[in-house]
Design a protein around this ligand. Structure first.
Ligand SMILES: Cc1ncc(COP(=O)(O)O)c(C=O)c1O
Length: 352
């Protein structure tokens, strides 16, 4: 007999993306820039010297120390995870299992499944005009449902805007649960939510190595919170949750602050060029503080298919709440962005 899964997990869909075979891949907000060969060689050299028959450091202590230094906090305020997805999962398991998580919508597609897999119920609260955080509505939902956690992504995906720190501070003030700010797109915007941690003991910030570091393949994320929260998370996270490759690759990139900063500058420059190019084609582009752009189109599904015909894959976000007319495009390399803009011109039949 087939065993019956829990109703909540049975109702989820596996995470899959269609059409992986298109040459210009601008659908996952990855860094368009692979690591320079000399950096890869350094990582491979260190991996070659490390023993592979032994477990890696159980809490990635060396990496934890360098990430703590990067974030300007003590080591005991950081937990390293297997991508930021695991960070959100562990937070939900430790602080919201059996309770309710309030999330904004539209937001990161994995927010709900991660909270559900962590054993929580999810209540979604729409963003206000201009994709602003509706603090009062979020707080009201948290009170009504006795929420254990409020989870927001800032900058938000797929809208691209950032929520001001004072709005997120208002979420935390007087709230008995944990406010989790998913800052996957750290580095691409000026005001980090890390400073919220100074004024509130019920805030955790989640970061990833998948965007600014350009290490999506390594699967590294981390949580910055109070030492008391990290102590609890340390009990929930699996031992050896971060593999050797992830630890070494991230340590090397953490030491390369100039390289990381230069790559961010490049992406930001390209982001503004792509935004201007799209506006010149008559496309509405929303302001972005991340490494992608949200655009509004008359017929987004048709445009999506035409872009695929021209070898460019973007993200169809038309199924997201209030984004029926939207596609999301990741900022690529200069060459990829040129191909994307040319494909958009062709797809929209704008004369040259
Ligand atoms: C808001 C947000 N959080 C988390 C992630 C996933 O990060 P990771 O690769 O660290 O699991 C993404 C990826 O696109 C994202 O947009």
């Amino acid at each position: 007999m087939t065993p019956t899964p829990s109703a909540e997990i049975g109702a989820l869909s596996p995470y899959r993306l269609k059409r992986e075979d298109v040459p210009v891949k601008l659908n996952q907000n990855e860094s368009p820039l692979d690591l320079p060969s000399e950096v890869k060689r350094e990582i491979l050299g260190r991996l070659g010297e490390a023993p592979w028959n032994r477990y890696p450091e159980v809490r990635a202590q060396a990496l934890r120390a360098s990430l703590a230094a990067l974030c300007g906090v003590a080591d005991d305020r950081v937990l390293v995870t297997n991508g930021s997805n695991e960070a959100i999962l562990v937070l939900a398991q430790a602080y919201a299992a059996g309770g309710t998580v309030v999330v904004a919508k539209p937001s990161y597609s994995m927010s709900r499944p991660l909270a559900v897999t962590g054993g929580a119920r999810v209540v979604e609260v729409p963003l206000a005009d201009g994709f602003a955080l509706d603090v009062d509505a979020m707080r009201a939902a948290a009170t009504e449902h006795h929420a254990a956690m409020i989870l927001v992504a800032s900058p938000n995906n797929p809208t691209g805007n950032r929520f001001p720190n004072d709005a997120m501070a208002r979420l935390a003030r007087g709230f008995g649960g944990l406010v989790v700010v998913d800052e996957a797109y750290w580095g691409f915007h000026p005001e980090t939510p890390l400073s919220l941690l100074d004024g509130a003991s019920n805030v955790a910030v989640v970061r990833t190595g998948s965007k600014a570091f350009g290490l999506a393949a390594a699967r590294v994320g981390w949580i910055v919170a109070s030492a008391a929260i990290v102590d609890i998370l340390d009990r929930a996270a699996l031992p050896y949750n971060v593999g050797l490759f992830a630890q070494v690759a991230s340590e090397v990139m953490t030491a390369r602050r100039d390289l990381v900063a230069a790559r961010i500058v490049e992406v930001l420059r390209e982001r503004e060029r792509v935004a201007a190019g799209l506006r010149a084609l008559g496309v509405t582009v929303y302001p972005s503080e991340a490494n992608f752009l949200l655009m509004e189109l008359a017929d987004p599904r048709e445009t999506f298919l035409r872009l695929v015909e021209h070898g460019v894959l973007v993200r169809d976000v038309t199924s997201y709440w209030s984004l029926e007319k939207c596609l999301r495009v990741t900022v690529g390399t200069t060459e990829e962005n040129d191909r994307f803009l040319a494909a958009m011109r062709a797809a929209l039949e704008v004369p040259a």
